[in-house]
Design a binder for this molecule. Structure first.
Ligand SMILES: [Zn+2]
Length: 120
């Protein structure tokens, strides 16, 4: 999944994407979160700030892809895996599969601007 596709997909599902301070980087859970009440995907601003632009693009794409999987789970589009670890692996696999289908475009080198764009 490239960054543009990640945001387009979120928009198709009417999922907002925001950046927020989710705490210190290091734990898997803290890179991003999905909140079905928005629905909204929050990407950890601290992590984005710690990365170079091209790394940030990949990070955001993976985070959004991962959380979109949780959204599909919530909608019932994919079966909810009972085991939490297995579920998280499935979400990562979903994001990675989408990521591998695309390559990064040159216009994605400044991903931070995507998060502040109106409409996302
Ligand atoms: Zn997850």
């Amino acid at each position: 999944m490239n960054l543009r596709r990640a945001f387009e997909m979120a928009r198709e599902f009417s999922v907002r994407i925001e950046h927020a301070d989710l705490g210190t980087w290091g734990a898997h859970e803290l890179r991003s979160e999905y909140d079905p009440s928005g629905p909204v995907i929050r990407v950890n601003q601290r992590v984005i700030e710690s990365l170079r632009a091209n790394e940030a693009a990949q990070f955001i794409s993976m985070a959004v892809g991962h959380e979109l999987y949780h959204h599909l789970e919530h909608r019932g589009d994919v079966d909810r895996v009972a085991d939490r670890k297995a579920r998280e692996r499935a979400a990562d696999a979903f994001a990675l599969e989408l990521l591998n289908q695309c390559h990064f475009e040159r216009n994605e080198v400044e991903p931070r601007s995507w998060l502040t764009e109106k409409g996302f």
